[in-house]
Design a protein around this ligand. Structure first.
Ligand code: DAH
Length: 339
């Protein structure tokens, strides 16, 4: 029996020496040490041994069992370690490789200039107001003193949703919405998108941006309008800018004016930028028409106000020397990265 035990031991150690994965190791453990294993089978026969032999064989069997168990444990640890190293090797990342650089976007030039303009007016105590782009005919035209048959409507043809609803052609309707909802003193600017059914070309787009301004209070006069807009234009174009007010007509202001700045390219001599005029038109403005105040529930005998409106695209194009408006909407990063 001693020989039988030693043979089992040799066979087991040999098998274990060739084993290098956990599954084989487990099956070897079952084969030799399991309940139905070879060593157990030998031990079961110990009943037939003599009283002298039994402790000797018992001790030997226990020794062998202990040795095999220790070997199996050691192997288990060794295989586990090898597997861990193999896994680490597989998961290794090369930190010297270039990263996947994400390109960061930039502020659109329209937004850069809009924020500059907003900040100038916020600095003068104005609030930012807004209104819907899908607007009622009433706010876009009627309430601004532009009745159904008024010729001003022809120059602002737009996209109609139905008889009463359209895409706003100007930010001026926000004036009406603000006056309906707010008691004077009012001091707001209202930037936003506007629409006209214009053909797309280098200087026209069916969608563009305007910035509206409105001030209503007691005792507001044309000199407040002139002073405010002069400060605005000097902040935008530099303190040495020269500003002029030219009489004009808008249905919702009386009197009305257009404001020009002396051409900053030629200084007034006349060049391509100012189309040889020496002046560049910046905005339209005027004293809010009493009829408009009345329509909004503000008593024109008590209050007066001024309003102005300017196109954002033209200011942006001049500032950055952009000669085609379409570039502003294409969102080509090669173009946008230049600003
Ligand atoms: N809404 C006018 C336009 O689109 C611009 C304008 C002119 C706005 C005079 C005003 C204003 O507030 O007083 O042509």
């Amino acid at each position: 029996m001693k020989n039988e035990l030693n043979a089992i031991k040799e066979k087991a150690l040999l098998a274990l020496s060739e084993c290098n994965d956990t599954e084989t190791l487990e099956s070897l453990r079952v084969t030799y040490l399991g309940k139905k294993g070879e060593l157990t089978a030998v031990l079961k026969k110990m009943g037939g041994l003599s009283a002298e032999e039994r402790p000797v064989i018992g001790q030997l069997a226990n020794e062998i069992k202990g040795q095999l168990e220790a070997r199996i444990e050691a192997l288990k640890a060794e295989i586990g370690k090898k597997q861990m190293y193999a896994r680490l090797e597989k998961e290794k990342i090369d930190i010297t490789l270039d990263g996947d650089l994400k390109k960061l976007g930039k502020k659109h030039p329209l937004n850069t200039v809009l924020e500059d303009i907003e900040n100038i007016f916020i600095g003068m105590g104005y609030k930012i107001a807004s209104g819907p782009e899908v607007e009622y005919d009433y706010y876009n035209f009627e309430a601004l003193n532009i009745p159904a048959d008024h010729p001003a409507r022809d120059t602002q043809d737009t996209f109609y949703i139905n008889d009463k609803v359209l895409l706003r052609t100007q930010t001026s309707p926000v004036q009406v919405r603000v006056m309906e909802n707010q008691k004077p003193p009012i001091r707001v600017i209202a930037p936003g998108r506007v629409y006209r059914s214009d053909e797309v070309d280098a200087t026209h787009s069916p969608l563009f941006h305007q910035i509206e301004g409105l001030v209503v209070d007691k005792g507001i006069t044309m000199s407040d309008l002139k002073g405010t807009l002069e400060v605005f234009i000097k902040r935008l174009y530099g303190e040495d800018s020269v500003v002029r007010f030219r009489p004009h007509h808008f249905p919702f202001t009386e009197p009305s004016a257009e404001v020009d700045v002396r051409c900053f390219s030629c200084g007034g001599k006349g060049c391509r930028l100012c189309k040889n005029e020496g002046w560049i038109e910046i905005l339209g403005c005027g004293m809010v028409h009493p009829k408009v105040l009345e329509k909004c529930g503000i008593d024109p005998e008590v209050y007066s106000g001024f309003a102005f409106g300017l196109g954002l695209e033209r200011i942006v194009m001049r500032r950055y020397n952009i000669d085609d408006m379409r570039l502003l909407y294409e969102n080509d990063v090669r173009f946008l990265n230049q600003f």
